[in-house]
Design a protein around this ligand. Structure first.
Ligand SMILES: C[S@@+](CC[C@H](N)C(=O)[O-])C[C@H]1O[C@@H](n2cnc3c(N)ncnc32)[C@H](O)[C@@H]1O
Length: 261
């Protein structure tokens, strides 16, 4: 039996997937480059993933798998996992457009249906790590990663949550407490989800408790004049001053590396 937030989020994505895919089509379905986050900052500038050729990769909360398709184009063996059948069906259209096939599986990211140590890389771009409980996901990802494997994920920042409250545009005042950040219910008629965030200290303790070392926290800053299909131009001045989204880059301790203390 899945939990309330997983059911709520699955229902949201089954309902909203067609509108989401249409609204963000221009940004999502550009297969000529791999970008990250709401500002679509190129992987070739950020170098989050490095050389992925020959790696076993899980896209974790892949949606229509557009990122996974681009990673497959760079030579990786990619599997996309998502809880929503409608999102995965949109992936078939994206694969057709890109001329690349990747395997997909419908599953809850809190119960990854793969054996221990199946992947070299687990990644997502505002995927399962935004919509499933990190206290369950981080141990699950640690389980399916091989020693030395990379876990990289983009999500909103605690800054953005505190400055937006429950789903509004970011503003210049604090609208939500920082201490205690965890599950956040959004009840907008067209956006009814439960999303997750932790404080910076809670993230670091969670990674270390599950055998990860933090390699980087990339705070994504758009260029002046940047446009995004995800946020309106009125939010750009804020995003030039504060990180709207960021990428955690953490590595599972290798067999010969000392465990985190
Ligand atoms: C904002 S979309 C991101 C997908 C893709 N990276 C993109 O940019 O469109 C979030 C995805 O997370 C998926 N998701 C939500 N909860 C999940 C869960 N518990 N397990 C797996 N996927 C989940 C949703 O179905 C949705 O496709």
């Amino acid at each position: 039996m899945s939990s309330r937030h997983v059911r709520r989020n699955r229902e949201h994505w089954e309902r909203e997937s067609p509108a989401y895919q249409e609204r963000n089509r221009e940004q999502l379905n550009r297969f000529d480059r791999l970008g990250w986050g709401v500002w679509d900052i190129p992987e070739d500038e950020l170098d989050v993933l490095g050389d992925v050729a020959g790696l076993d990769v899980l896209e974790y909360g892949c949606g229509a798998c557009q990122s996974g398709i681009r990673v497959a184009m760079r030579g990786a063996r990619v599997v996309g996992l998502d809880v929503s059948a409608t999102q995965l069906r949109a992936g078939l259209v994206a694969m057709e457009a890109a001329g690349v096939r990747v395997s997909v599986v419908q599953a809850d990211g809190e119960r990854i249906p793969f054996r221990d140590e199946s992947f070299d890389l687990v990644f997502c771009d505002h995927g399962a790590m935004s919509f499933a409980d990190p206290r369950v996901c981080v141990p699950e990802v640690a389980r399916v990663l091989r020693p030395g494997g990379l876990f990289a994920f983009a999500m909103l920042t605690p800054w953005a949550w505190v400055a937006s409250g429950e789903g509004d545009a970011v503003g210049w005042e604090f609208r939500m407490p920082y201490f205690g950040l965890h599950a956040i219910d959004i009840d907008d008629p067209s956006w009814r989800t439960t999303e997750f965030q932790l404080t910076y200290g809670d993230w670091i303790r969670l990674f270390r408790a599950n055998g990860f070392v933090v390699e980087d926290l990339l705070e994504l800053r758009p260029r002046p004049g940047a446009v995004s299909t995800y946020v309106g131009p009125e939010e750009l001045p804020w995003a030039l001053d504060y990180p709207y989204d960021h990428i955690w880059k953490v590595r599972k301790v290798g067999a010969d590396a000392p465990p985190a203390r």
